[in-house]
Design a protein around this ligand. Structure first.
Ligand code: DON
Length: 306
């Protein structure tokens, strides 16, 4: 029997709205710091395209690192298993922008979701695409079945002006031969990738292929093979929240991905994708309310992969 998701979502939403909203909006990208920190949206889309939402779920926000999942899916489909020669699949146990492991690991990032890994993915995009930005947007627009997905040029420019750590990582990986293009071009693409804006509703629909063995349920288009989807979900579970991945898995029990814009997506394989947005981040850089919401949601529904 299907649960009454709308009722569960609305109740948890109302309960959390009445509670303390801890954490801090990040200020290291000045353009992101202007957001209203009390925004809060939730949307779940199931494989039959039923959609259940609460709050600001139709408002766009900066999806930041959530876009790394789109980029990985796009590149993995093209490069197949050769991709893993350039990026590993191990949790880093470190902050998303940490550089410390790169030297010991000879310039091979621990996984595609830390910044170093996403920079390598962007480098691959520059190698395999004629126009990576357009091709990436087209890939996402096909998944949302809407043309209304764009980069935010102001956010990209704001991030580019503050990209000293990413530039450091990129140059360092280039010294090991694991970046093939000019570091400036790789960073420019990476900052655009992070600047993509979407709503919770668009996010929960666009990631349904990860809940459906690689197939987009409405168009029936096979986006990725089921074996690749198994692998991406495994990396999401073990690496999607940086050094809080264990905690997310422990509290929520679903593969997922966060972004410093306050968004989180989580996948319940064979069933649905749920997206949450609340801009205030905890000390590990993940949405405070987003984590609380999903913990409560999987507790009340009893639905997790475990
Ligand atoms: O590279 C940066 O600093 C950010 N744009 C990273 C984005 C992000 O969301 C990391 N994680 N949660």
């Amino acid at each position: 029997m299907k649960l009454d998701y709308q009722n569960i979502i609305s109740k948890i939403y109302a309960d959390l709205i009445g509670k303390e909203n801890l954490g801090k909006v990040p200020d290291y990208i000045p353009e992101l710091a202007c957001i209203d920190e009390n925004k809060f949206g939730v949307n779940l889309t199931d494989l039959e395209h039923n959609s259940f939402g609460a709050g600001d779920f139709k408002q766009k926000f900066s999806i930041q690192s959530i876009s790394k999942v789109f980029a990985l899916s796009f590149v993995y489909e093209k490069l197949e298993e050769k991709l893993w020669e350039r990026v590993d699949v191990e949790p880093s146990g470190n902050a998303f922008n940490s550089l410390v492991q790169l030297e010991a690991d000879n310039g091979i990032p621990r996984n595609p979701f830390i910044n170093a890994g996403a920079l390598v993915i962007c480098d691959v995009l520059l190698e395999i695409c004629e126009n990576p930005k357009d091709e990436l947007l087209t890939f996402i627009r096909n998944l949302t079945e809407e043309d209304d997905v764009f980069f935010n040029e102001k956010v990209a420019a704001s991030e580019m002006q503050n990209s000293f750590r990413n530039a450091g990582m990129c140059n360092y990986m280039k010294s090991f031969g694991n970046i093939k293009n000019k570091p400036e071009a790789v960073i420019e693409l990476y900052c655009h990738l992070c600047s993509i804006e979407m709503t919770c509703k668009q996010l929960s629909k666009s990631f349904l292929y990860l809940a459906n063995e690689g197939k987009e349920p409405s168009t029936k288009k096979q986006i990725l093979s089921s074996s690749k989807v198994k692998r991406i979900n495994a990396i999401l579970l073990t690496c999607g929240f940086y050094d809080e991945s264990g905690e997310f898995s422990f509290l929520v029990g679903l593969p997922g991905k966060s972004g410093v814009g306050g968004g989180i997506i989580a996948i319940y394989p064979q069933h649905y994708c749920i997206a949450v947005w609340s801009p205030k981040l905890n000390l590990k850089g993940n949405s405070y309310r987003g984590m609380k919401f999903l913990e409560e949601f999987t507790t009340q529904t009893g639905e997790s992969i475990f």
